[in-house]
Design a protein. Structure first.
Length: 702
C-alpha cells in the first residue's frame, strides 16, 4: 500500500513538473476585498539579524502600521544548509513572531540565491554571459533557467516549503523567485540554454529545411544541415550582426524559459497549498525583455518592483526631477503588470536613498509618500516597501530602510510611511469603489514586435520603446486610465486602441483590429506598423501594403534626418517639427473615407500626407506617420480622438498625474513647480491643497 501511495505521489510530482498549469489558479478577488482598498507591508530578513532582535523588530514594524511582512527569497542556504537536510526552525520562529505581532507573511521560493553546495556539485547550473564567462556563487541570480538540475533542486525545496507552510493560515501568499530577470543581462549562453534552445527550435520548426527557410539562411551562407549545428546567436562571437530571425527566436525562447521556470514552481506549490494563499512574482520592469503574459495562467496576479530615484532613468522634470523620479515610469509599470490579471500591487517600493545607482540622491522630502499615494491612485491593492532595516554589512549597506542603522530609529522615509499609513487608514473610511468599470484607453502589447525593432531600429535615434513611453505619457496627460492588451477589446470599455509601432503582424491580428473598428472602436496606428510578418521578414508586397485597407492609403517610404536637423509638418495652420522618423503617405484618388490630418511642410515630399484618418464600419482608424520632436502633434491628434470618443479628459501639464479611484481623485506632482489643480465644484478636498507643490499629493472626493 505504502508503495502504491509513493508511486501515485511520484506520478503527481512528475506531472506537476510538466510545462502547463496543472491546477487552476484561483480568482484573484479572494485575496483582496474592495472594502480594504490598500494594505501596506515591509520586507524583513530574519536570517540577516540576531535572533534576539526579531521580536522587537517585528513588533515595531507592526506598530508603525504595516500589516504584512515578506520573508525568505534569499534564504536557501539557511533553509537547506546541506543537500537534503532542511532547517525550518528559524523560519517557524520568525513566522510565529510575525503572527504574534499581527503581521501576515508573504513567503518566497528561494530560487534567486542557490546555495554553494549546489553550484559546487553541479557547476552546470550556473549561467554564462555573452563573453562565455560562467557566473559563480558569491552574489545572486546566478542559476540558469534552462538547467534541469537547478530546476529539480528548486522543486525539492519548494515542495518542502509547500508541505510545511502551504496550509498555514499565517501565510498570506507566495512570491516566486526574486525579480526573475538576471538583472543587467537577461540572456544565458550556457550549455543547458544552448541545448534547450535547439530543442525549442526543433519543436517550433520540426525540420531544418523549415528553419532554414524561415530564418532565410541562404543569406550569407548561414544554412544548417542539422539542428545540432545551431549556436545561440551571440554578438560577442560574430564579426557582423547575427541573423535577425535567429536572434528574435532566441529572445522569445529566453522569455519562455523564464515562464517555464516560474510555472514549475507555481505548479509545485499548487499541489499542496491552500486556496486562500496566492502566488505571484515580483517582476522588474525590463521593457521589452519580460513578457509577463507568459505566466498569466500560473500566477494569481503579477506584482512588480519600483525604485523611482535611481540615477538610471531619464528624468527631465526640471531642477527637482532627480529627487522625484519619473511618475510616468511608475504608472506605466503599474498599468502593465495590472493588465496581466486585472489586479496588482507593488512588491518593492523605494523607502529612501538606494545603494546601487551611479550616484544615490536623497528623495525629495515627501517623495516616498507621493509614490505610495500614486501607487494607491493607480489601483494597487498592496504596497510593500523594501526594506525594514538598513543593512550594516553585505552588498546593500548604504540602502536606506524604514529604520536607521541602529535598528530602532525611524528613518526619514520610514516617517513618511508612518504618515502615509495613517492617512490611508483615514481615507479608506471615505472610499467607495466604482460600481461600473471605468472606460480606458487600450495599448496593444506585442513583445516580439518590440524586440525586433529594438534589435533593428533602422535609425539609432528612434526607439520603439521610447515611442511607447511617449504615447503612454501623452495619454496620461489627459488623466485617462490605460490597460495593455493583446487580444481585441470591447470598444464600449476601450473606445480607443493604440497600436504602437507593431511592425510584426499576421492576418489574424489585422482581422482583429478591423473587427474592433467595425464595432465602433477608434484605432490609432503609429509608424512602421504592419511592415513585416511574424518571422520579421518584410512582406513580399509594397511597403506596409498589408495594412493598406485598414489605414486607407499606402506608405510610400520613410525618411530620417541627421540628429541636428529638423523638418516640418503642418496641421491646421500649426507647424510641428520631426527629426527621427517620418513616412510619406499616398492616398488613392477616390478614397472618400480618408481625410488628411497633417502634411509635410518641406523636403522633397512637401505637401504629401503625414497623418490621416479612415472611416470603416462604425469606427475609424488614425494613422500617424511620424514621430515628432516633442510629441506635440501626436498629443493634439490624441486629444481630438479622446474628445470624439466621449472619454472624459482633464488636461494636465507635464509631470502632473491624476487618477480616479472609486469616489476619490488623486493628484501627484513630479514636476519642479507648483500647480493649481482644477478641482470640480462640489468636490471636497480630503488631503492636501488645491495648490499642488512638487512631491505633494492632493485628494478630493465627489
Ligand atoms: C531590488 C531587488 C532587492 C534589492 C533591492 C535594493 O531590485 O529585488 O532584492 O536588491 O533591489 O534596492
Amino acid at each position: 500500500m505504502k508503495n502504491l501511495l509513493s508511486f501515485l505521489l511520484l506520478l503527481v510530482v512528475f506531472s506537476c513538473s510538466t510545462e502547463t498549469a496543472v491546477t487552476k489558479k484561483k480568482t484573484n478577488t479572494i485575496f483582496f476585498t474592495e472594502a480594504n482598498p490598500i494594505t501596506l507591508g515591509c520586507y524583513y530578513y530574519p536570517e540577516q539579524w540576531p535572533e534576539e532582535e526579531w521580536d522587537r523588530d517585528l513588533k515595531n514594524l507592526s506598530s508603525l502600521g504595516f500589516e504584512f511582512t515578506h520573508f525568505g527569497e534569499f534564504a536557501w542556504a539557511l533553509l537547506e544548509p546541506e543537500e537534503g537536510k532542511f532547517n525550518f526552525e528559524w523560519l517557524d520562529k520568525a513566522i510565529d513572531l510575525a503572527a504574534k505581532n499581527h503581521l501576515k507573511v508573504i513567503l518566497c521560493t528561494p530560487s534567486a540565491a542557490p546555495p554553494v553546495w549546489l553550484a559546487q556539485k553541479y557547476p552546470e547550473i550556473l549561467m554564462q554571459n555573452e563573453d562565455g564567462k560562467t557566473m559563480q556563487h558569491g552574489s545572486r541570480q546566478q542559476g540558469s533557467w534552462s538547467s534541469k538540475i537547478y530546476r529539480k533542486y528548486i522543486q525539492k525545496i519548494v515542495n518542502e516549503l509547500a508541505k510545511r507552510y502551504g496550509n498555514d493560515q499565517r501565510i498570506w501568499g507566495w512570491q516566486l523567485d526574486n525579480e526573475p530577470s538576471h538583472y543587467g543581462f537577461p540572456y544565458d549562453y550556457n550549455a543547458a540554454a544552448q541545448e534547450a534552445f535547439v530543442y525549442w527550435l526543433n519543436t517550433k520548426y520540426q525540420n531544418i529545411d523549415s528553419l532554414n527557410m524561415r530564418w532565410r539562411n541562404n543569406f550569407w551562407s548561414q544554412r544548417y544541415n542539422d539542428f545540432s549545428q545551431i549556436r545561440i546567436p551571440n554578438a560577442k562571437e560574430l564579426v557582423q550582426p547575427a541573423n535577425p530571425h535567429a536572434l528574435l527566436d532566441f529572445q522569445e525562447f529566453t522569455n519562455q524559459q523564464r515562464g517555464a521556470f516560474l510555472r514549475e514552481q507555481a505548479n509545485t506549490l499548487r499541489q499542496t497549498i491552500s486556496s486562500t494563499q496566492f502566488i505571484t512574482t515580483n517582476y522588474m520592469m525590463q521593457m521589452p525583455h519580460t513578457d509577463p503574459w507568459v505566466n498569466k495562467e500560473d500566477l494569481d496576479f503579477a506584482s512588480y518592483t519600483n525604485y523611482p530615484v535611481n540615477s538610471y532613468s531619464e528624468v527631465e522634470n526640471g531642477e527637482l526631477g532627480f529627487r522625484l523620479g519619473s511618475g510616468r515610469d511608475l504608472a506605466l509599470t503599474h498599468d502593465f503588470y495590472q493588465s496581466v490579471n486585472g489586479l496588482t500591487g507593488i512588491m518593492e517600493l523605494q523607502p529612501g536613498q538606494v545603494n546601487w545607482g551611479h550616484y544615490n540622491a536623497q528623495p525629495l522630502p515627501g517623495a516616498v509618500r507621493m509614490w505610495a499615494w500614486h501607487t494607491f491612485a493607480l489601483g494597487a491593492k498592496f504596497i510593500c516597501t523594501y526594506r525594514y532595516r538598513q543593512p550594516l554589512s553585505g552588498n546593500e549597506q548604504y540602502h536606506q530602510g524604514i529604520m536607521q542603522t541602529d535598528g530602532v530609529t525611524i528613518s526619514r522615509g520610514g516617517n513618511e510611511y508612518v504618515q502615509t499609513i495613517k492617512e490611508m487608514n483615514a481615507i479608506k473610511k471615505l472610499y467607495k469603489a466604482d460600481t461600473a468599470p471605468q472606460k480606458k484607453v487600450a495599448i496593444w502589447w506585442d513583445q516580439r514586435s518590440l524586440l525586433d525593432m529594438c534589435n533593428f531600429p533602422h535609425n539609432k535615434n528612434w526607439s520603439a520603446v521610447n515611442e511607447l513611453y511617449r504615447y503612454y505619457e501623452s495619454i496620461k496627460s489627459f488623466a485617462l486610465p490605460v490597460d495593455f492588451i493583446n487580444t481585441p477589446p470591447d470598444p464600449k470599455l476601450y473606445p480607443v486602441l493604440l497600436i504602437p509601432s507593431i511592425q510584426l503582424v499576421n492576418d489574424a491580428m489585422i482581422t482583429q483590429w478591423k473587427n474592433y473598428v467595425n464595432a465602433g472602436g477608434t484605432l490609432i496606428i503609429t509608424p512602421r506598423s504592419g511592415q513585416k510578418n511574424r518571422d520579421g521578414h518584410l512582406w513580399k508586397m509594397k511597403n506596409q501594403e498589408k495594412i493598406k485597407e485598414l489605414i486607407g492609403a499606402s506608405v510610400l517610404f520613410n525618411d530620417h534626418l541627421p540628429a541636428a536637423k529638423k523638418a516640418q509638418v503642418k496641421m491646421q495652420n500649426n507647424i510641428y517639427e520631426w527629426n527621427s522618423w517620418c513616412e510619406i503617405i499616398d492616398l488613392e484618388k477616390d478614397s472618400a473615407s480618408v481625410k488628411i490630418l497633417a502634411t509635410y511642410a518641406d523636403q522633397f515630399y512637401k505637401g504629401k500626407a503625414a497623418c490621416i484618418s479612415n472611416f470603416i464600419g462604425k469606427g475609424k482608424v488614425i494613422y500617424i506617420g511620424l514621430s515628432s520632436v516633442s510629441g506635440d502633434i501626436e498629443k493634439e491628434i490624441l486629444k481630438d480622438i479622446f474628445i470624439n470618443s466621449n472619454l472624459k479628459i482633464t488636461e494636465l501639464p507635464k509631470y502632473i498625474y491624476q487618477e480616479k479611484r472609486g469616489n476619490l481623485t488623486i493628484a501627484v506632482n513630479y514636476s519642479s513647480n507648483d500647480f493649481e489643480l482644477k478641482i470640480p465644484e462640489g468636490s471636497t478636498i480630503v488631503l492636501g491643497e488645491q495648490n499642488l507643490k512638487p512631491g505633494e499629493v492632493t485628494i478630493w472626493m465627489n
